[in-house]
Design a protein around this ligand. Structure first.
Ligand SMILES: *[C@@H]1O[C@H](CO)[C@@H](O)[C@H](O)[C@H]1NC(C)=O
Length: 366
């Protein structure tokens, strides 16, 4: 007993010294990381005054005569499915998925942007500091967002992991960007996506206003122009290069909200919020997806535009991979339809790990 008591203070002092040294070393090391400057990480693009933005308005700036536009890729990350008591970030599958996306969009020689388009990760408050820091080191721009929960008591998604997906709508508040390609975290790229910003469906359309289109006065008015382009959701079993004629879509008018291109707009955000606050205006089983499909229904004032199936596919199989589709909507840790994709997913995952391991050590990145 007595020896235990006398032994305690030195152990504590040693531990404290050790922790101090580790913190000191990590601070010194992190400030030396060569790549931090390549991707200036702003903690929150919603906070202005960074010098990067010349003028701010409610509406996103569209390309002016000089063609200046601010494009971005974005995804959304919550820790809904993570075990918050588990200190090992490697166990958070969606976090790894987001890192894969960061590497694929920013660095992979096969899929990365060649227009220096930034990759934004919208994070909710349950995403730990260590995860935010890792994503920033990976080159992503971490954007903290507040939960969107007010007036959503009636919205219960079918899956537990969809509890806070409606918060995705915060992306419409990123009005310093003109257009954004939004991807759910569970995406694997097979080719570059930059050219998607050039296709006609991805450019602004005028909101249709005529007597045939009833705009509910419970809903706040939509803006005059909007961009909302996506892809119809295929059936789990479908042919490669799916077509309507072939019956490959459940409903060709219904898009999957895991992959869409849009233009941030505060009035549009308010419009969505007003819809969100009207119980059963849409079927809440697929919360943000059904809200957006309602707001952008083909017979409404802001019909969604079709990007075409070559850019992304839900429920992918090996034939889709061979067909040249540019991205697969699937979980890297569990192929939904076709186990044969596992090898490809694991290859992508470990290439990502290898890349960042080398980069962290400054190998080959002068
Ligand atoms: C960038 O990549 C696209 C494919 O997305 C390619 O067509 C284009 O030539 C590339 N541009 C440059 C400057 O490398």
């Amino acid at each position: 007993m007595a020896s235990k008591l006398t032994a305690r203070p030195p152990r504590f002092v040693l531990l404290a010294a050790f922790v101090f040294i580790v913190i000191l070393l990590s601070l010194m090391f992190s400030s030396k990381r060569p790549y931090v400057n390549d991707f200036p990480a702003r903690t929150n693009p919603l906070e202005f005054g960074t010098g990067l933005i010349s003028s701010i308005s409610d509406e996103a700036p569209m390309a002016d005569e000089t063609g200046t536009e601010r494009l971005a890729y974005a995804t959304f990350l919550t820790a809904t499915m993570a075990n918050l008591d588990d200190p090992n970030d490697e166990h958070d599958l969606y976090f790894i998925a987001t890192r894969i996306l960061a590497w694929q969009i920013l660095h992979s020689p096969v899929t990365a942007t060649n227009r220096s388009i930034p990759f934004l990760v919208l994070v909710t408050e349950d995403i730990s500091e260590s995860k935010r820091e890792r994503l920033t080191m990976d080159g992503a721009t971490v954007v903290p967002v507040e939960y969107l929960r007010e007036g959503t008591d009636w919205i219960h998604g079918e899956m537990p992991e969809w509890r806070d997906v409606i918060t995705k709508l915060r992306a419409w508040q990123l009005t310093e960007y003109s257009r954004i390609l939004f991807l759910d975290g569970d995406m694997i790229l097979t080719g570059p996506l930059d050219d998607i910003f050039d296709i006609p469906a991805a450019t602004p359309a005028s909101t249709i206003r005529n007597e045939d289109i009833q705009i509910s006065d419970e809903e706040s008015p939509p803006p005059d122009k909007y961009v909302l382009a996506s892809i119809a959701e295929v059936n789990p079993v479908h042919a490669p290069n799916p077509t309507v004629e072939n019956g490959d879509f459940k409903d060709p008018d219904y898009f999957n909200a895991g992959f869409f291109l849009f233009s941030p707009s505060q009035p549009l955000f308010e419009h969505y919020k007003s819809i969100m606050n009207i119980p059963y205006r849409f079927d809440p089983r697929y919360p943000e997806q059904n809200l957006l499909n309602y707001a952008h229904r083909p017979e409404g004032s802001m019909p969604w535009q079709d990007l075409g199936s070559k850019w992304n596919i839900r429920f992918p199989n090996l034939d889709d991979l061979a067909s040249g589709v540019q991205s697969l909507h699937d979980k890297w840790w569990h192929p939904h339809m076709d186990g044969r994709l596992n090898e490809f997913y694991q290859e992508v995952r470990w290439r990502m790990e290898g890349f960042y391991e080398a980069w962290d050590q400054g190998i080959g990145f002068e």
